[in-house]
Design a protein around this ligand. Sequence first.
Ligand code: 5GP
Ligand code: ZN
Length: 143
Amino acid sequence: MSAQYDDKCLFCGITKGVIPGFKVYETDHSLAFLDINPVSDGHTLVIPKSHAKTLGDLSDDYLRDIGPVIKKVALMTGAEQYNILQNNGKLAFQQHVDHVHFHVVPKTSETDGLIISLENNWPQKQVSKEDLAAILEKMKSRV
Ligand code: 5GP
Ligand code: ZN
């Protein structure tokens, strides 16, 4: 499991120490640092110490390491309520930095942290059991 870096990637730069960051916690394979433009106090980014654009590109070894780090950071914020957000691609709530990152976002009031306020932002549909079964079959065929 050797680390891959992209010289043009901001978060690879932070991983290598070339770009400064406020380090919260790290393991051999994961790094947590404060978001430079936080939406609440303690807003932290948790990244693998290897370049991958999306979750699907990331090796399972790095993924296995990062879960407990996300939990640790969530506890370190001291917040009782928080969101974990991870965007993959521009359409998916806009991924701006193309290096996998999990946002740990404390939610301490109605007005800070993650606010989902756009209309129709969770477009739930009524779907028949037959449609669900067809979707399930398609998904199973891809593994
Ligand atoms: P995304 O929109 O890709 O899910 O989130 C990218 C996050 O990276 C944003 O919340 C943004 O504030 C943060 N960010 C962008 N540039 C820097 C930087 O140079 N340092 C740190 N610590 N965070 C950054
Ligand atoms: Zn990178």
